[in-house]
Design a protein around this ligand. Structure first.
Ligand code: ZN
Length: 147
């Protein structure tokens, strides 16, 4: 599976990639034991003009929507519609399904009463439901994939 390694200036972009179901991790040179290996297939997304790794993609824009447009032709082949919104946008972990009864104390009341399907991040415990990702995200995804 393709990994998208984002340098530290691309935090928002990493979150959008996760919403799209892509495996997006940060490159933190100071951190011991990173959760990726450069042996696996990857793209390194960076704001540095002088790339420090092979397979680097230089991102010109400062704005996340423009950044996404810049790499659209690269990321699109890796987007699986069935995986959209199945990752934690904070941790990049694949979410697990969780029974509705178990989430009642942790979600707003109206959400509990209007939603039936919930997922939980196995790492941070954040609970997701349809519409809980960023506002207007579904519409944005649709436009992004169709344009
Ligand atoms: Zn998480």
């Amino acid at each position: 599976m393709m990994k998208f390694i984002c340098d530290s200036m691309l935090g928002r972009l990493a979150k959008y990639l996760r919403v799209l179901g892509l495996d997006a991790v940060y490159y933190r040179p100071s951190k011991k034991g990173t959760d990726f290996s450069f042996e696996e297939p990857y793209y390194f997304l960076t704001r540095r003009k002088k790339p420090i790794f092979r397979n680097s993609i230089y991102i010109k824009s400062d704005h996340v929507q423009d950044q996404l447009r810049e790499i659209k032709h690269i990321i699109k082949p890796y987007i699986d519609p069935s995986r959209i919104m199945t990752r934690c946008i904070i941790c990049n972990e694949v979410l697990n399904e969780i029974e509705k009864e178990k989430v009642e104390p942790y979600v707003p009341e109206y959400v509990f009463h209007t939603q039936d399907e919930f997922r939980i991040c196995p790492k941070c415990g954040k609970i997701y439901w349809s519409g809980s990702h960023v506002e207007n995200m579904s519409r944005w995804i649709k436009e992004f994939l169709e344009s």
